[in-house]
Ligand binder design. Sequence first.
Ligand code: ZN
Length: 462
Amino acid sequence: MQNNIAHKPRNGWDVYASEDERKKIHELADKYIDFLSSCKTERETVNWVRARLEEAGFAKDVTAPCFFETAKDKTVVMARKGRRSLQHGVRIVGAHADTPRLDFKQHPLYEACDLALAKTHYYGGIRKYQWLSRPLALHGVVVKADGACVEICIGEDPVDPVLVITDLLPHLAYKQNEQKVSDAFEAEKLNVLLGNTPSAKAETGEDKSQPEQKERFKTKILELLYQRYGLIEEDLYSAELQIVPAGQARSAGLDGSLVGGYGQDDRICVFAAFEAFLAETEPEQTQIVIFWDKEEIGSEGATGAKSLFLEYTLKDLVRAWEPDTDPSLVLRQARALSADVHGSIDPDYQDLHDALNSSKLGYGPVFCKFTGHRGKVGSSEATAEYVAWLRNMLNTAGIPWQMAGLGKVDSGGGGTVAKFLAVYGMDIIDFGPGVLGMHSPFEVSSKVDLYATCLAFREFLR
Ligand SMILES: [Zn+2]
């Protein structure tokens, strides 16, 4: 009789215990920390990926065996031709590069109490209080009426000023303390402090007759934007300005075994999938890796997974590489990973998880066979056959992995891009490392999970 009839997930640190492997784990994490620190928006991520693809010889030429295409600079798909025909299926890894944040409203600038401020509208699922009283940075683009694009990044360079949303002092918070969290923190109070100097022009009394001169503090900010970037207020209508946590991602924990930083959902999968894609240069099956936008708000729009961007690109590819092959067959035969993070069990909130079916940091990437909520609603469930094939692949390669669901039944839920690819009939499953403090300004992952996830993606793409 087989002696391993009971299954026990393996801790990655036990699996990768040698000095050499530990060194590789930390080296990969260092690269990842640099990436996380410099890519905080989907556009920055796509720019970073594009630069490395071009270095590696990829081009926007669909007839070439190493090809990439972008959608509006926010979504990027890349492909490398495999030895086998497209009819035998392709391997797809899809992750998302958008992250929860605060977007500037269309009319952001105003002043109150002799302070200049900006109004925001949050993007994705945030816990609003986590964004108060902490250093924030402004990232994004402003496109002028003539089409010129101004890139903005303030608050990351140590000499830069940072921005902040002030919180209420405890002395006056007695009433707020009695409120429900959902009532206590209002979206309309997520206003970012921009300045405290009045316009010099207004100070000297020049143009007192002009009504706009009354807004001396807002005017000062407009003057700064004009001097630094040549921007006028109307330009802010054609802008994508995002407030994100300022500062670098870091090694975390006394033993430095963790990574703490903003945007790990889902840039940890972007990084691991991209590393794997660049490393596996002679694949059996054609490799497709895609980094989507808009996952955090339901995968909508021209750059989200609900769009036809992937389908169009794949059709272009089939036409160029194998004109006799039916593109729908390629989609049907594809095997895909919806690479996304998993909310691992939090030691302080264990009661919200089903311990038996939760993931733990350090135990390798997590398969989530289905997502959804309240009776699997909104989920695309992977087939038993596909799970069997995947676990065999990882077991053969000796890579630790775990199988889990998100939280207790009826305690909440969520969704990913999986269902939008499943509509083609391809095999797909959610797969990625566990994260603590998901969607917070400082999410935590384990370095060994990053390492194991990267190896798993390599195995899948090989
Ligand atoms: Zn995600």
